[in-house]
Design a protein around this ligand. Structure first.
Ligand SMILES: NC(=O)c1ccc[n+]([C@@H]2O[C@H](COP(=O)([O-])OP(=O)(O)OC[C@H]3O[C@@H](n4cnc5c(N)ncnc54)[C@H](OP(=O)(O)O)[C@@H]3O)[C@@H](O)[C@H]2O)c1
Length: 257
């Protein structure tokens, strides 16, 4: 047996270290994306966060560790130019997505909301992967973000369910086409972010209580829970083409939001 074969057979200890790695988190200035950016930074990476807004660090000190870029993933030319300017990177995380609920019900005659939602979440994720891929290290990875609704549809949420499922299929397909670059998706459940700010304080408290009563993990999820999973997917060299659910067991129980 040659040295390199011996080397491959030798069990190596797991590492969650991203020291010296460059990570780009699209949609990384708030919510789940920020949780991913903070986890990557804590693991040693230098992290760039990109999205449409450009919050000042004075008002948002949580963004101080990161390089900030302005990017609308719905604008393909801007995505191309941004990754052209970024240059080499090790890992891409795409957390961005519309959260304003403007997609509409299936029987609506006006499909503009659906087109706009799928255009931003699905084609935006596609564009980020397309223009980042030539810049990615061969040991690098791409991670998309979907949601538990991809596995358990809810009435009135067909656009979100279908779009998330398409993003998960994109991850599997790109794992084949871009290998050895690894491509995965994280499917979060109910995560405590500004997305839920439309709820009144009473309704929010009610949802939290029902989550505690019903979810196997007995609590709502936090962006840091998803960040932890993102670090795993970036550092494990043999996981690709998979969907990692981080939902506290939400999809196992009969629970209606
Ligand atoms: N929170 C949950 O319980 C949950 C559960 C399942 C799935 N998800 C999904 O997870 C993703 C993140 O949600 P979140 O809860 O973290 O909410 P959030 O804090 O509102 O995050 C959405 C992020 O996406 C960015 N974004 C939106 N449109 C963009 C665009 N066209 N180009 C670039 N960036 C864009 C926003 O930044 P800018 O406004 O600065 O562009 C924002 O940082 C969403 O796709 C959401 O549907 C969330």
């Amino acid at each position: 047996m040659t040295t390199s074969q011996n080397e491959l057979k030798r069990p190596h200890s797991p590492s969650y270290d991203l020291t010296g790695k460059r990570v780009v988190v699209v949609g990384g200035k708030t919510g789940i994306g920020l949780g991913m950016a903070q986890a990557a930074h804590a693991a040693g990476a230098s992290v760039t966060v990109a999205s449409r807004r450009s919050p000042s660090v004075a008002n948002h000190p949580e963004l101080a560790p990161f390089e900030q870029l302005v990017l609308d993933i719905g604008d393909e030319d801007a995505v191309r130019a941004t990754f052209g300017a970024i240059g080499r990177l090790d890992h891409l995380l795409v957390a961005a997505g519309p959260t304003d609920g403007s997609w509409g019900a299936f029987m609506d005659e006006d499909m503009r909301g659906v087109r706009s939602y799928a255009d931003s979440k699905f084609l935006g994720s596609w564009a980020c992967a397309r223009y980042a891929a030539p810049k990615l290290s061969s040991e690098g990875s791409i991670t998309f973000l979907t949601g538990g609704i991809a596995a358990r549809p809810k009435i009135g949420m067909t656009a979100v369910t279908s779009t998330f499922a398409a993003v998960e299929a994109l991850a599997r397909s790109l794992a084949l086409e871009l290998g050895p670059i690894r491509v995965n998706a994280i499917r979060p459940g109910f995560i405590d972010t500004d997305l839920w700010n439309f709820l009144s304080p009473t309704d929010a408290a009610d949802v939290r209580e029902r989550v505690r009563d019903n979810f196997p993990a007995r609590r709502i999820g936090y962006p840091a829970d998803v960040g932890h999973a993102a670090v795993f997917l970036m550092t494990n060299p043999y996981v690709t083409g998979t969907v990692l659910e981080v939902s506290g067991g939400e999809t196992l129980v009969d629970w209606q939001f």
